[in-house]
Design a protein around this ligand. Structure first.
Ligand code: T6T
Length: 314
């Protein structure tokens, strides 16, 4: 079962990565466990990790569950822990369910670095690196506010509760919308990281509240489905969509005008920072417990300029 649920790419460069880094004289091996395989966010992070690992002279083995699901990610962690790498870089798929498996890794002497998502108790990790997810959620509301200054009904489409990044984005959005009485917040709905489910939720929400003015889609897959739902309802001129993440499909939707802004992360930087922290821990050097890599807003106005550098690799 485990073998079928795992996509593994070992110590090789993906087509989308540039491979111009040198090779150092370090020793050790790093395991990178993605939140889900095939996601451009984690593919871009893998590029950063592999480039930094090559510089440090260490090998990387990357694996990810086929779904963003702790029941699929846990067996991967267990088997990686049994293989005793020097360090594990991981995006935990749930703050609670992945706590014990990663605590076991840490107790086994493996340096754990949390990249992207975190845990209820991140102190088992030597370092946690993530975007400013709460700030990005607040910025998503600011963008809706700029596009629809008169206010109106707004909705959030997220992934699943317990995904720390998406939960922080929703929290940031909720705090911001709560401060503007011109907006009527319809709440958050969970699409389980499935674009088809996100599209269904949006269609149903628009049937119930045909006057929705804005939707914040809290990650790649929520945004993809949200855009489909709005298009299918023929409401792309009325509903402003702000999506988190900047994969090629999101950029296409931005160019087409279905989506008005993207809150882009820097997954490759999260990856290179993650390797740097892992190497420091392996070499008994000081580590930084928490690193924020911020966020960048991409719009139709900057996508061909400074925004272009933040588009994810595929
Ligand atoms: O938004 C990213 C990531 O930050 C999040 O933790 C899970 O979903 C994505 O991987 C979607 O690309």
């Amino acid at each position: 079962v485990v073998a079928l649920s795992v996509a593994s790419v070992s110590a090789m460069f993906l087509a989308g990565c540039s491979s111009d880094s040198g090779s150092g004289g370090g020793s050790g091996n790093i395991a990178f466990i993605q939140g889900v395989s095939g996601d451009e966010f984690y593919i871009s992070m893998q590029c950063g990790i592999e480039a930094a690992a090559k510089d440090a002279g260490v090998t990387v083995d990357t694996q990810g569950p086929v779904k963003f699901d702790p029941t699929l990610q846990k067996p991967i962690v267990d088997s990686v822990v049994a293989s005793r790498p020097s360090a594990i870089l991981i995006a935990p798929t749930d703050v609670a369910a992945m706590q014990a498996p990663l605590e076991a890794a840490s107790k086994a002497g493996i340096k754990v670095v949390l990249v992207d998502t975190t845990l209820e108790d991140p102190s088992i990790a030597v370092s946690s690196i993530s975007s400013d997810n709460k700030g990005g959620g607040a910025e998503a509301f600011n963008a809706i506010e700029r596009l629809s200054p008169a206010g109106g009904k707004v909705l959030v489409i997220s992934t699943d509760p317990g995904v720390s990044t998406a939960d922080a984005r929703v929290e940031g959005f909720e705090e911001a919308v709560g401060a503007n009485p011109a907006f009527d917040y319809l709440g958050v709905q969970y699409s389980h990281n499935d674009p088809a489910e996100a599209a269904r939720l949006v269609s149903a929400a628009l049937a119930k509240d045909p006057d929705i003015t804005g939707i914040f889609a809290a990650n790649t897959f929520a945004a993809e489905g949200t855009a489909t739902g709005v298009r299918q309802a023929g409401k792309q001129d009325q509903v402003k969509i702000i999506g988190f993440d900047a994969g090629p499909a999101q950029v296409k939707q931005l160019r087409e005008g279905t989506v008005q802004a993207l809150i882009a992360q820097q997954p490759d930087t999260i990856g290179t920072d993650g390797v740097a922290q892992a190497m420091a821990a392996i070499n008994d050097e000081p580590v930084t417990a928490e690193i924020s890599t911020g966020f960048h807003v991409i719009t139709a106005d900057n996508i061909d300029g400074e925004g272009a550098q933040y588009v994810y690799k595929s």
